[in-house]
Design a binder for this molecule. Structure first.
Ligand code: FAD
Length: 404
């Protein structure tokens, strides 16, 4: 194994692959690690390998802006995302306080009367589903977000905002480390520098994966490889309707705390929070073309900074430190794809698009259930691949979009 894919063994071990595992999880991002963690914790399955082409958490796991919320719109989505938030509420005790899960409240700004009406509909739907949600008037906003310009000066004036008090952020790299260490301690094999290049088949059944570290047999295989899932699925002869786009983010230098909440603007493709260390963490728009590039680009950056300074004039004093992109896996209805495939023994968990960080705990629970039992978890039953042939879509464009 290349030196680049090794870490101090004090973090986790570097085992040689076994010839056969009960379950092979392809992708060592947060969803893959969470799946393996719950296979061990909730199903007692530890003859499990997480197979990762690079190093653990190299992908979206540590490229995202860490926003956590459950104020989605559809009756299929709300229970799934609320389940995820409830699991996040348990995780500081379960995984360790270093994950810095912080329910500092989350505002979704409305910039027109039409947006305000739509946001209020989501608030009412959330309340009916038992999710904390409120409508905040424009006049009341400075109490929650003192740096927001609520005058008529910005090009898109603020009309009010939907509030989820239990929304917040967490520290993504710490979540990777803690999940990986917990998996390792349970006996799960974490195989870094191990790229899946094909599948071993017996008739219609997938019986293993071909990798750069040799063939590995598997009772069941779970693909949790975000934007690369359609490429992998194609190697098994399956079309997955997911398109991969770069999504950009940026971070500023360090400032004293002045932003007490998370604030999103879907209209301006602008979302921002202040990390515990003091940096402003901002998310930008998705690139308009498909690609696997992981760099930022100046046209998106310019639009992003314009929006930031219109809404939060004080940000003109901040300096931009870094900009980057991750590959987001976007499905046609902006909802994830979780469940079985036409190949026996092969299962999928992808299509989380711009919003899968918040889903890390629940995604792992439902996918571990699916891999352990071969049947869908009740919370993910509506999210199977077959919905693209039956037409039973879960259209979340309104509440997902780029607004995390
Ligand atoms: C800029 C940006 C901002 C975001 N902000 C938010 C946010 O604020 N809130 C939110 O909820 N979500 C956000 N997201 C989305 C979130 O990051 C993703 O939905 C989530 O991390 C997906 O998790 P994952 O584990 O599936 O993907 P990843 O972490 O990308 O993991 C996939 C893994 O599969 C591995 N892999 C791929 N191909 C192979 C192969 N052939 N063999 C072996 N391994 C392979 C990759 O190397 C990678 O490690 C954001 C994303 C980006 C890019």
């Amino acid at each position: 194994m290349e030196h680049a894919f090794r870490n101090p063994p004090v973090l986790w071990r570097h085992p040689e692959p076994r010839a056969q595992y009960d379950i092979v999880v392809v992708g060592g991002g947060l969803h893959g690690l969470s799946t393996a963690y719950h296979l061990a914790r909730e199903h007692g399955l530890t003859n499990v390998a997480v197979v990762e082409r690079g190093w653990l958490g190299n992908g979206n796991a540590v490229r995202n802006t860490t926003i956590i919320r459950s104020n989605y719109l559809r009756e299929e989505s709300m229970p799934l995302y609320e389940f995820c938030v409830r699991r996040w509420e348990r995780w500081p005790e379960e995984l360790g306080p270093e994950i810095l899960f912080d329910q500092r409240s989350l505002l979704t700004l409305a910039h027109s009367q039409a947006e305000a009406a739509a946001a209020q509909r989501v608030v009412y739907a959330n309340r009916m589903a038992g999710i904390d949600a409120d409508w905040v008037t424009r006049e009341d906003l400075p109490r929650l977000c003192p740096i927001l310009d609520i005058s008529d000066a910005p090009r898109y004036p603020v009309y009010g905002a939907a509030l989820q008090p239990r929304g917040g952020i967490a520290r993504h790299d710490a979540v990777v480390f803690h999940l990986a260490r917990a998996c390792d301690a349970a006996g799960v094999h974490l195989l870094q520098g191990c790229e899946v290049t094909g599948f071993v088949r017996s008739g219609n059944r997938i019986t293993g994966v071909r990798t750069t570290r040799g063939d590995i047999g598997a009772g069941r295989v779970g693909l949790v490889s975000a934007g690369r899932t359609p490429l992998l699925a194609r190697l098994a002869g399956i079309e997955v309707p997911v398109q991969s786009y770069p999504l950009q983010a940026l971070v500023s230098d360090i400032h004293e705390p002045f932003l007490p909440c998370v604030a999103l603007s879907g209209r301006l493709h602008m979302y921002v929070s202040q990390a515990h260390k003091g940096e402003l963490v901002m998310g930008a728009a998705r690139d308009p073309y498909r690609s696997y590039a992981q760099r930022g680009s100046s046209h998106i950056l310019e639009q992003q900074l314009q929006a930031a300074m219109e809404l939060y004039p004080i940000m003109a004093r901040a300096h931009l430190l870094r900009v980057w992109a991750g590959t987001v896996d976007v499905s046609p209805d902006a909802a994830p794809i979780i469940g079985a495939t036409p190949r026996d023994g092969l299962f999928l968990n992808c299509g989380w698009g711009t919003g899968g960080f918040k889903a890390t705990p629940g995604s792992g629970v439902v996918f571990a259930h699916t891999l352990a039992t071969g049947t869908p978890h009740p919370l993910s039953a509506a999210f199977g691949l077959e919905r693209f042939t039956t037409g039973a879509l879960v259209d979340e464009h309104g509440a997902a979009g780029v607004a995390h």
